[in-house]
Design a protein. Structure first.
Length: 325
């Protein structure tokens, strides 16, 4: 089944002269890494085809892995559209993906919607970049992977695996990452860029450490209003990045950050260890992975409801899992 899907995708790539790659809104390292990485592989392998990765380049800290393309609507006619790293069609960036002639989804999130003509989802990989590398390995004889693909693919793997620390990291994933490192990537430069934070973020991080709350069964959370973001001079993207600040609190197996958006909705980033939380995200306009999901709520009341559901889940979990920490 998997090999069959890969073959079908490869045949479609051979068939089309124009290939347009789309991604999800609010792109992260794996999202941009996989779209730009795939584009660079296809450009190097098929110099006569027109290949684009569509986006607005609004994620500045990732510009070093490559920039996205702005293209005209007319290019979609007769194009193959590959949507990468995106579980549901409402999160696809740029509605024009609908103008393509044939669509392919390549992803690693829990599949809740088959929105494309071919849907290739590998939840056994911890990053879509690993899915792309595995695809490349399968058709290695017919494809070229240049250094301009190795860098974004490696960065995507590093970021979506929490720097190679999540359970989905297998020997195979490490071998694929090793294949990329063989391109003499500057690992010190990459990590320096990924860890760099402004003074303002450090100050806000101090606020998060001071002010986070924990429910009786161990859900830790913080709410960052627009006013707070203004006071600390950070934007909502930067504020949302602080979710990992709460990631290792003893006996707190679920943690989340609530960030008020410019349109007043509240972005939720949910994280956990040992216990799944994607079902909670699904109830609040979201989804994602078992232990890393995103959602949106529209009031403080809804926020409290979400926290209460998570707390109840932990209460039940702790009844039968005594040794958790
Ligand atoms: P985030 O906290 O936004 O980084 O999200 C964690 C993971 O869940 C990422 O892999 C996202 O792609 C995914 N995710 C976030 N929001 C949603 C959503 N509304 N629907 C489905 N997946 C989501």
């Amino acid at each position: 089944m998997i090999e069959d899907l890969k073959k079908q995708i490869f045949e479609k790539i051979l068939e089309y002269d124009t290939i347009i790659i789309h991604r999800h809104i609010r792109p992260d390292g794996d999202c941009l890494g996989s779209t730009i990485g795939l584009r660079e592989i296809l450009r190097a392998s098929f110099p006569n085809k027109k290949i684009y990765s569509v986006g607005n380049n609004d994620t500045e800290y990732l510009h070093f892995i490559g920039l996205e393309d702005q293209i005209d609507d007319s290019l979609y006619k007769d194009a193959l559209v590959i949507i990468v790293d995106t579980a549901t069609d409402n999160r696809i960036f740029d509605e024009r993906y609908k103008l393509g002639k044939f669509t392919i989804k390549i992803d690693h999130h829990i599949p809740i919607q088959d929105y494309a003509n071919i849907n290739y989802v590998r939840t056994d990989f911890p990053a879509t970049c690993a899915v792309i590398c595995d695809f490349y390995k399968t058709f290695e004889e017919h494809l070229t992977l240049p250094k301009s693909a190795a860098l974004p693919l490696f960065v995507g793997m590093v970021t979506d695996t929490g720097r190679f620390k999540y359970r989905g990291v297998s020997g195979n994933v490490m071998r694929l990452a090793g294949m990329l490192l063989d391109y003499e990537l500057d690992i010190e430069d990459i990590y320096a860029r990924l860890y760099m934070k402004t003074k303002e973020i450090y100050k806000l991080q101090g606020y998060v450490y001071n002010k986070f709350k924990t429910t009786s069964h161990g859900v830790s959370y913080i709410y960052l209003s627009r006013n707070k973001q203004k006071k600390f001079k950070v934007d909502h993207h930067e504020a949302a990045n602080l979710v990992n600040s709460l990631d290792s609190i003893k006996d707190s197996l679920i943690w989340m950050i609530f960030v008020e958006q410019p349109d007043k909705s509240i972005r939720v980033r949910l994280r956990s260890r040992f216990i799944a939380i994607d079902d909670i995200a699904n109830q609040f306009n979201g989804g994602g992975h078992a232990q890393a999901s995103g959602a949106t709520v529209y009031s403080k009341r809804e926020m409290k409801k979400l926290i209460a559901i998570a707390d109840e889940k932990l209460r039940i979990f702790k009844l039968t899992n005594k040794d958790v920490f």
